[in-house]
Design a protein around this ligand. Sequence first.
Ligand SMILES: *Cc1c(COP(=O)(O)O)cnc(C)c1O
Length: 478
Amino acid sequence: MSRNAESTAFRSALEVIRAVEPRVADAIGAELTDQRESLKLIASENYASPATLLAMGNWFSDKYAEGTVGRRFYAGCQNVDTVEALAAEHARELFGAAHAYVQPHSGIDANLVAFWAVLADRVESPALKKAQVRQVNDLTEADWFALRRELGNQRMLGMSLDAGGHLTHGFRPNISGKMFDQRSYGTDPATGLIDYDRVAEAAREFKPLILVGGYSAYPRKVNFRILREIADSVGATFMVDMAHFAGLVAGKVFTGDFDPVPHAHIVTTTTHKSLRGPRGGMVLCQPELADQVDRGCPMVLGGPLPHVMAAKAVALAEARRPDFADYAQRIVDNAQALAEGLLSRGATLVTGGTDNHLVLIDVSGYELTGRQAEQALLDSGIVTNRNSVPQDPNGAWYTSGIRVGTPALTTRGLGAAEMDQTAELIHTVLTQTTAGANADGTPSKAKYNLDAGLADKVARQATDLLATYPLYPGIDLT
Ligand SMILES: *Cc1c(COP(=O)(O)O)cnc(C)c1O
């Protein structure tokens, strides 16, 4: 396929948009420039392929398609059926899953679908049984009351937030923390690693209905075989949220005990992080949960997004190609090179390194908060995000960590040498930044001092680093 085709497609699209609202066309163009020029180390972001992006911009967006393939509540869904079935087939083949549900609009939505599927499957409720067999009209008010009482307040055990867990794993700011009685397992304070004996102990004491594995900010592999054994020992359903590392599972970097799909009853994911697809979510599950999962819309989700399902089919087809496995391996190689580069310059890393796509820098070693470090790096053209570290003294807002990830830069083609240079830039900025003070002289957790000349110099070095690896080399909007 000619690179010219990509330029023509995006240029023409912008021309059509410009005729209606030029400011939107300008913003889309400006976003490409910004993404091209910044050193993107946000662990949850990536760059989807032009084919994936183009699959989203069309009339599939106009279709309503509630229901499932071949069983829709709307007429005329034959083409939506084609793309949804394709996306699900690619997902099953790619991950070796018995069932794939590709309708969730995001990772959080996928988790809600999974939670309701597990509740519906597991909770012993005569009222629910009636509701399940579609005798909804036969349910009395007392049945509904019982159903609400029985479904609420079930127990969930997940990874604690400051150890890298996700808000949707039962934490109070999220609906999951209001639905479930939640306990969390943390990491060993000495090593920063999950202590499986303590997870087992917590499970024995708490007897959760659902044990959740998966994370947003844990830089190590997780042994899903052991977590499944723990779940089985207490009769819990084992769910894994692989939102962050689905690309490493797809690319067969995480296999055996570290591949969640053969071990979990149900697996949720986003499609836009390391998997490099469109923004969206997905649920994979064992056959016994499939019926409940397929009720995601309209139980939990709004109408499916057929244009995004089309893009999921494209991205999953890409992920099944051999070069995706190379990509996934390079993500991890790059993260390890970045970790080495930081360690050799004296940085402190949570767990002392990484075996996945992310590195968590404990910036208290630089006498900064995560917020100060994040802003100072941003001033210097390096895009990261602040993140809690285990037992973080600065809480979830200011934090003491910076999370950096390699999926995006690896897509651009940067390798180990560039990761070492990136480490040098990060270390330079963090050593040259000092904590600021409030007006009354007390130490501030947000203000910082960084010489503007140095920030500019680093920003230029970051741009130089990227110059050899253009983003979307086939797209020229000029
Ligand atoms: C990113 C993430 C999500 C949420 O995904 P959205 O698409 O933003 O809703 C859920 N779980 C984990 C573990 C994540 O990292």
